[in-house]
Design a protein around this ligand. Structure first.
Ligand code: XIL
Length: 387
């Protein structure tokens, strides 16, 4: 895994000309990175894995960019790998059935390269109509629906995966293919044309493998350790079992890890979690031979009081418990990525209006909105240095 870095840097020349990525600035206000010597990635690398974060490139809705020098300085100090928060999704890359727009995705790839960071791929297929471009939801697949759907899917995957092949060694090939409520595979225009969601998933992985013989191919989803997710965990297990049985080339399970405190447990003072159930789940996944990744870590702090000190301490405590359990699976665990390093730019601030009812910011990432390290950052550092 670590040997890939040289490969990544060598890959820069292969990238087509896109938007110009700004380099890191050295002026601007001082940023507190706690005792970030060494940074989180350097510590994670001692355990043979990479640490990093999602980044956005001035996309509507997120309003941030790695061109923010304070943010970039934190990424630089702490991360060895980044992932595009939205810019490699179909909605961003595919303005129409005939066209691709790689401007923002290329800019992120160039920024990673210019700053000696690796890049993860997210995602070749988010299998939900909500995240399909409108044209794909409404697509007329014609008389030979199946063949045309296969063409649309495989040409997208071939085009995108091959464009970043020299730089991306781990891809979320399929993201979220099972509905949490109905407990069934999600139906899309592609699955209707191809007969089943499984047909779409299988073809996505086989096509990715064709283009990327050596990359880690990942199924990514939000099953989690809270009791409310146990049904979804079972459903994902069935999907993973099915893929094994069918010989689908999926190497790993991406555990998004948007962990949730929607209520507090009287005994622990943090959110309830089903430790035994989660261990059983991880045992089954690793028992089937899948590697694990933490792909989108952050903490939903809805049930915690507004008081900042208490909140940060509890968020760090929940983080500690989660990472200690996950690192019991250290032999199976690869990349660890946060879904943003700074609260102000974390999706939880805008995605779910009920995330906090008191109007305060969610404090779910390692750094606060003044770019100061929070207790969560030290918890991550302690976990990485112990493993
Ligand atoms: C989120 C982004 O953070 C938001 O900006 C966007 O509006 C919606 O998607 N699971 C995933 C990620 O796999 O792609 C999602 O990212 C968060 C949940």
């Amino acid at each position: 895994m670590l040997a890939k870095r040289r490969h990544v840097l060598a890959g820069l020349a292969a990238l087509p000309v896109g938007a110009c990525a700004p380099g890191l600035r050295t002026d601007g206000p001082a940023v507190s990175i706690g005792n970030a010597k060494p940074g989180l990635d350097a510590m994670a690398q001692q355990g043979g894995r990479r640490f990093g974060s999602a980044v956005a490139w001035n996309t509507a809705g997120t309003g941030m960019s790695v061109s923010n020098p304070d943010y970039a300085r934190i990424l630089s100090a702490e991360c060895g790998i980044i992932v595009a928060e939205n810019e490699m999704k179909w909605q961003a890359l595919r303005p129409s059935a005939e066209t691709y727009d790689f401007t923002a995705a290329d800019a992120i790839a160039r920024w990673a390269n210019a700053n000696a960071m690796e890049l993860r791929g997210h995602t070749l297929l988010w299998h939900r109509p909500q995240w399909f471009p409108d044209w794909l939801n409404a697509y007329d697949f014609g008389a030979n629906r199946m063949r045309e759907a296969e063409r649309v899917l495989t040409s997208h995957i071939r085009t995108v995966a091959s464009r970043y092949a020299s730089q991306i060694s781990s891809w979320d090939v399929v993201n979220e293919a099972i509905d949490h409520e109905t407990r069934a595979p999600i139906k899309t225009s592609l699955s209707r044309a191809m007969g089943s969601a499984e047909a779409v998933i299988d073809l996505a992985f086989h096509t990715a493998r064709e283009v990327l013989p050596d990359a880690q191919l990942v199924y990514n989803d939000y099953m989690s350790w809270e009791p409310a997710h146990s049904g979804h965990c079972d459903d994902v297990l069935r999907l993973l079992e099915g893929m094994k049985a069918r010989g689908v080339p999926c190497d790993a399970l991406g555990i998004q890890s948007h962990i949730e405190m929607f209520a507090l447990d009287a005994a622990t003072g943090v959110g309830p979690y089903d430790e035994a159930g989660w261990r059983r789940f991880l045992d089954e996944v690793t028992g089937m031979g899948y590697r694990l990744l933490i792909t989108e870590f952050d903490v939903k702090d809805q049930a915690l009081p507004g008081d900042q000190g208490t909140r940060d301490a509890k968020v760090a405590e929940f983080t500690r418990r989660y990472f200690e359990l996950m690192f019991d699976y250290a032999d199976h665990l690869d990349d660890v990525l946060a879904w943003g390093m700074v609260d102000a730019y974390n999706w939880l601030q805008y995605f779910d209006p009920a995330a906090r009812t008191d109007g305060l910011e969610v404090r779910g990432t390692p750094y606060d909105s003044s770019y100061a390290a929070k207790p969560m950052r030290e918890t991550l550092a302690a976990t990485f240095s112990d493993n």
